[in-house]
Ligand binder design. Structure first.
Ligand code: NAD
Length: 272
């Protein structure tokens, strides 16, 4: 088995990585810095997994991810920094079991072109926004005109990204194995003249969303933790990808426990 370690630069993380490398060496598990790994261990937080996903995207179909969190509890991280021995024990058994989550495919087009000039994939979400003046676009769903949107922007998220930016926008929390994408509004303008649906929408994997912009100037397009500005994009197509991200299932916390622990803090028993 070949393991790659992807870590952030925090001093605490460096200590964890050194310990991990030592334990892996004792078990004769090779750590590689180039080429295709079988397992990627991300050490840091959710942001570190997002970066690891983009770094190892070319190997997505082959690789299994494992997350170690050195900060507060994460959504993509299953091990705490003091559980490195348990993690390496699990790797040695190597059951190969995985849990897979849908990801989002993003195709950006320039005016009057049929081929995308940018193709990206997101693990959490993609947003399209304008900061200074009102963002205006036409929203199409599965090729049909749906609405004219005016506001700050739109967010299109994956099920596993539903607990991230999407949730802050009032979107629904979706179990990460459900094949769906969610469209949420960022500060839509709604008054007697302008009208949008005003609520989050969950789309099936057979559907896609297209955003058509009238003015490509001053547009920000984000893909997870990256943001691009003024790319000249006039049309973006969002769809659930045929590819998925695979996490090693050595240990996998019950999703709704994770949601409860992260957002409700003081968990109540059902008898209270
Ligand atoms: P960051 O470190 O500022 O992360 C923001 C927070 O989002 C962190 O607490 C992180 O743990 C959490 N997070 C990330 N993915 C999550 C997920 N799937 N479920 C629940 N929480 C999650 O920034 P970053 O590390 O660069 O991460 C980028 C992500 O930050 C984006 O993908 C977006 O989802 C999120 N974000 C959120 C808001 C918001 O809620 N208002 C605004 C911008 C970005």
């Amino acid at each position: 088995m070949k393991v790659a370690i992807y870590a952030n630069h925090r001093p605490k993380t460096r200590t964890v990585v050194n310990k991990l490398k030592h334990l892996l060496k004792n078990r004769n598990i090779s750590v590689i810095t180039q080429g295709r790994p079988d397992v990627v261990i991300s050490v840091g937080g959710d942001g570190t997994i997002l970066s690891a996903f983009h770094q190892f995207f070319p190997y997505l179909n082959h690789v299994r991810f494992v997350g170690v969190h050195t900060g507060h509890l994460g959504f993509y991280t299953d091990y705490r920094e003091y559980e490195m021995k348990e993690l390496v024990d699990s790797l040695s058994i190597n059951s190969g079991e995985t849990v897979s989550y849908p990801i989002l495919k993003i195709e950006a087009y320039k005016k009057n072109t049929v081929h995308p000039f940018m193709v990206y994939h997101a693990l959490n979400e993609s947003t399209i926004r304008r900061v200074v003046s009102t963002f205006t676009c036409n929203v199409f769903i599965k090729g049909n005109f749906f609405e004219k949107f005016r506001g700050d922007g739109l967010c299109i998220s994956t099920p596993s990204g539903s607990t991230a930016y999407n949730k802050s926008l009032g979107g629904a929390v979706i179990h990460p194995t459900v094949q769906a994408l969610q469209l949420t509004e960022i500060a839509s303008l709604n008054n007697s003249i302008f009208r949008t649906i005003g609520s989050p929408m969950v789309l099936s994997p057979q559907e896609w969303v297209e955003i058509h912009l009238r003015d490509p100037n001053d547009i920000y397009v984000s893909v997870d933790n990256m943001t691009m500005h003024n790319t000249g994009v006039t049309r973006i197509k969002y769809q659930i990808s045929s590819q998925k991200i695979h996490f090693a299932k050595y240990r996998h916390m019950h999703f709704w426990d994770r949601v409860g622990n992260s957002f409700i803090y003081q968990k109540k028993s059902h008898e209270d």
